[in-house]
Design a binder for this molecule. Structure first.
Ligand SMILES: [Zn+2]
Length: 358
């Protein structure tokens, strides 16, 4: 029992700090430029201090280098993304770039692996069925976009995870362990999560392949990933990275999902405005315009609620800062609902209800 405890402690230590760089104090003469130094790498030309004769390992490295994946271990980065994902992200964005395989490259490689697996194992994906009863021109266009996204995995993963950047930034800006992360840092966090998603999706497909009744069912694999695996991945990542407890992480992840849903709706509504400005249809422009304003005002209210909770100090009973902004957002939200109701369009309240029931 105690040895198990000791093993766990060791594992925790590795999770929090797996890298142990050793200084080399011996003198070397660089094989490449002839400089003399005491270090792991030549300070003049950058070549490794200790280079054995060329062997098969070098040949293998050379081949991997051709693809740009030879320098830092891809398997070890993926291994870390399984066992210490949030800590790896923090290491990376806080300046430890060498600890990971370059994240965006890793995303592309993983998308390629998933693509190949899909083809080799013969996974089937149904054409997305239409949700629209009598689709208008723009809704037909929307379906074309969704169709295109289904066929371009790495772009879809990159784009859909990019949507998380702002909500995560807002939800976790007062995080105890990693406060005030910037938006570009947030982008890298999402790239890492995208890699995790693709990696587990590949494993899921392999698992499905082994179960005869599910074999080849790509749609079920995808929905299991999105509804079950992704929330768990996000929980573990954000808990390790930002340092909130389970509850603090849970409500933030749930709210994040709601914000994403609203942002997607907002993007499609704004897309509708642009689409009908080009085709000039005043009624449709107004319809999608009102929709956009509705979603925008709902998002604003949610952002201000998060702001208030984040700046709330439970210890001293001060009123949270910026409460007036929440009041302003709520008043705007109700005003927009009232006006769009009077104009004969669906209102924000209804939209919020629809978000839950759809
Ligand atoms: Zn040198």
């Amino acid at each position: 029992m105690s040895s198990l405890k000791e093993k766990y402690k060791q594992f925790r230590r590795w999770q929090q700090q797996p890298f142990d760089y050793q200084d080399d104090h011996e003198y070397h003469r660089c094989c490449n430029c002839g400089a003399e130094f005491a270090s792991n790498y030549c300070p003049r030309c950058g070549q490794r201090a200790i280079l054995g004769p060329i062997n098969w390992h070098n040949v293998w490295q050379g081949i991997l280098d051709m693809w740009g994946i030879g320098t830092r271990s891809l398997p070890y980065s993926l291994w870390q993304l399984i066992w210490r994902p949030g800590y790896l992200m923090r290491d990376y964005i806080s300046g430890k770039r060498m600890v990971s395989f370059p994240p965006i490259k890793m995303l592309v490689v993983m998308a390629l692996i998933l693509f190949l697996l899909n083809n080799i194992l013969g996974m089937n994906y149904d054409e997305p069925s239409s949700d629209f009863v009598n689709p208008n021109a723009y809704e037909v266009f929307q379906e074309k976009i969704i169709d295109w996204l289904g066929k371009h995995i790495s772009w879809t993963v990159l784009l859909s995870f990019s949507l998380f950047v702002i909500p995560v930034w807002q939800l976790f800006r007062q995080a105890p362990r990693f406060p005030r992360h910037t938006l570009p840092q947030g982008f890298y966090i999402q790239v890492f999560i995208g890699v995790q998603f693709l990696m587990f999706m590949s494993l899921m497909i392999l698992l499905f392949y082994l179960i005869p009744s599910l074999s080849g069912d790509g749609d079920t694999a995808t929905s299991v990933m999105i509804t079950f695996a992704l929330p768990i991945i996000a929980m573990i990542d954000f808990k390790q990275l930002f340092g909130y407890g389970w509850w603090g992480t849970l409500w933030r992840v749930s709210l994040c999902a709601l914000l994403i849903l609203l942002i997607v709706k907002l993007l499609f509504a704004v897309g509708g405005v642009v689409y009908y400005i080009r085709a000039w249809d005043e009624h449709e422009i107004a319809k999608y315009g009102v929709k956009s304003i509705n979603h925008l005002s709902t998002l604003w209210v949610l952002f201000e609620i998060i702001n208030v909770i984040n700046s709330w100090s439970w210890l001293n009973n001060h009123w949270p800062k910026n409460l007036w902004r929440l009041v302003l957002a709520l008043v705007t939200f109700l005003l927009v609902a009232y006006i769009s109701n009077r104009l004969g369009f669906d209102n924000s309240l209804q939209n919020v209800m629809n978000t839950f029931t759809e």
